[in-house]
Ligand binder design. Structure first.
Ligand code: HEM
Length: 412
């Protein structure tokens, strides 16, 4: 995966971002980024930037503007169109749901998907997912510290969990992980591998669906095949495979980063970790606060289908905007003392980690379940978990896609 740090302007605290500044910003430390976004929210909340592909885009940095954009259908979530800014540099274009412009289709699709992904159904997977988390924690405990928490634990759990949830046999899980890793890349150099992974996943999804038609199981693929709405409209073959791909891709990278970075944040805030260890009932609220404070660099892209004013700036038709959740999460118009991680807050769940509006993450309940199981197993297995390096030595990559900590070395 590529870095864009060298090409980008250094984002120093107090320095205004001028129009057409390269994005992602190059920063040495997360705090630089917070200060820089603070300046933007105050003075230049919708800056125009240039992406590594050379295409321009607008950043949305304030919370209220972020909500407004995500709730506005005139901002389309479909960025796989020729006019949209290229988030990837290869010839394969952007990855997004090509049907999301069709409102009726999107609503129906989400309703059918929700039948298998609502909190009540998802909760039934608690036992198996907790077991996986305990097993992975035990495997990590058998390693010699220091280990990279991302590699040893955080990236492994979502693959195992989604495979169990979807009904993917254990033997196929290595293939799924390889494909997901390739699909998460954005550089031109990875184009061939990415395209091949896309084809492989599509074929695999189609064959799994065919298999589950003959051999139904107690899993999400089986329930999606059976799902139908009042008009008895079922998901077509193509929609089923598309949904399969969306679930695998949607789950893996985000959940892995959120597990890893959530643990990182707790290790950097030992008082919060101690409070959580002392009272596990705080876990659901802690997860919301960690989703808020955990740096999620990747902006949510939207395409302006007409001229629209946001935060006093006219976004022209055909422009691309990136909703910067990391900045919105630090906006003190909705959250008091945003720089403080406080797992006892009661309003952290207004964060935008899962998006907002009509494209709100359809897997949020499953993501929350995985986070709950992941943190529980780690607290159970590692009473003295700590960072193996000073906090400032943990490396971060700032990319348009798949950004986050590069490694989180831990010891116990
Ligand atoms: C902590 C983990 C996760 C995070 C932070 C996350 C974040 C998001 C966000 C921000 C969106 C909205 C994108 C947009 O508005 O452009 C989204 C959509 C989506 N997510 Fe997640 N997600 C997570 C886990 C999952 C899981 C576990 C699944 C599947 C089981 C999933 C499947 C999806 C799908 C299918 C969509 C598209 C919804 C639509 O187009 O209507 N995500 N996710």
């Amino acid at each position: 995966m590529e870095e864009h740090g060298n090409a980008a302007m250094r984002l120093a605290p107090g320095r205004m971002v001028k129009d057409s500044c390269p994005f992602p910003f190059a920063v040495n430390h997360l705090n630089d980024l917070s200060d820089g976004y603070g300046d933007m929210r105050a003075n230049n909340p919708v800056p125009r930037v240039v992406l590594p592909s050379g295409d321009p885009a607008y950043l949305i940095t304030r919370y209220a503007d972020a909500q407004a954009v995500l709730a506005d259908r005139r901002f389309s979530a479909n960025i796989s169109r020729p006019e949209a800014a290229r988030l990837r540099e290869g010839p394969d274009g952007n990855l997004s749901n090509p049907f999301s412009d069709d409102r009726a289709w999107h609503i129906r699709w989400r309703r059918l998907m929700a039948l298998g992904l609502n909190p009540r159904v998802v909760e039934r997977a608690h036992g198996p997912i907790q077991e996986i988390a305990h097993e992975l924690a035990a495997e990590m405990a058998a390693m010699t510290p220091p280990v990279d928490l991302l590699e040893a634990y955080a990236t492994r759990l979502p693959v195992e969990a989604i495979c169990v949830f979807l009904g993917i046999p254990p033997l196929d899980r290595a293939k799924i992980r390889r494909c997901v890793d390739a699909l998460g890349t954005s550089s031109a150099a990875d184009f061939e591998e990415r395209a091949e992974a896309g084809r492989e996943m599509w074929e695999y999804g189609a064959s799994l669906i065919a298999y589950k038609r003959d051999e139904p199981g107690d899993d999400l693929v089986t329930s999606l095949i059976a799902a139908h709405d009042e008009e008895d409209g079922k998901l077509s073959e193509e929609e089923l495979v598309l949904s399969f791909m969306a679930l695998i891709v949607g789950n893996n990278i985000s959940t892995a980063q959120q597990i890893g970075q959530g643990v990182f944040t707790l290790l950097c805030n030992p008082d919060q970790l101690a409070a959580l260890r002392a009272d596990r009932d705080l876990l659901p609220g802690a997860i919301e606060e960690l989703l808020r404070v955990t740096p999620i660099y990747t902006g949510l892209p939207r395409f302006a289908t007409e001229d629209i004013e946001v935060g006093g700036v006219l976004i022209p038709r055909n422009a691309t905007v990136l909703v910067v959740r990391q900045s919105a999460h630090q906006d003190d118009t909705w959250i008091e003392a945003p720089e403080v991680c406080d797992i006892k807050r009661t309003n952290a769940n207004r964060h935008l980690a899962f998006g907002y509006g009509h494209s709100f993450c359809i897997g949020a309940a499953f993501a929350r379940l995985q986070l709950r199981c992941a943190f529980t197993a780690l607290m159970d297995r590692f009473p003295a978990l700590e960072l193996a390096v000073p906090e400032s030595e943990v490396g971060w990559s700032y990319r348009l896609m798949g950004s986050g900590a590069t490694a989180i070395p831990v010891t116990w």
